[in-house]
Design a binder for this molecule. Structure first.
Ligand SMILES: [Zn+2]
Length: 122
């Protein structure tokens, strides 16, 4: 496996390092969070990890497209928990941009004035 992720310049995020392909992204996200980022990881105290803060809570959505046509899905991280969703044709669920909760429709925003992002484009 190759890890093709790198921290963003300001250290607040993770971005693809622009290698041509991205292998096993779900496994890598699990791996990164479990071993390097979340509180109480296994890498803590090991040589080479002195500068890691081990206090990260990851949230975000990655749109993924595989090599095969129609191989599309999304990788969702909520509070360090990694899940994937297959595209749903039809009304997509939406995610509140404020609290990152899944909401069922555009109108069902849970936070005042918060926009919602479609989890999968219809
Ligand atoms: Zn909300």
């Amino acid at each position: 496996m190759f890890c093709e992720r790198e921290p963003t310049d300001d250290g607040s995020g993770i971005q693809w390092n622009r290698a041509e392909k991205f292998y096993d992204p779900t496994e890598w996200m699990h791996h990164l969070i479990d071993h390097f980022l979340k509180p109480g990881t296994t890498a803590r105290g090991h040589p080479g990890f002195e500068h890691f803060t081990f206090d990260h809570v990851l949230n975000g959505v990655i749109d993924a497209v595989g090599a095969e046509e129609g191989d599309e899905w999304q990788l969702i991280v909520q509070n360090n928990t990694v899940t994937t969703v297959e595209p749903e044709r039809g009304d997509p669920d939406r995610m509140c941009e404020h609290c990152l909760r899944i909401v069922r429709s555009e109108d069902a925003s849970c936070c005042a004035d918060a926009e919602t992002t479609p989890l999968w484009p219809a």
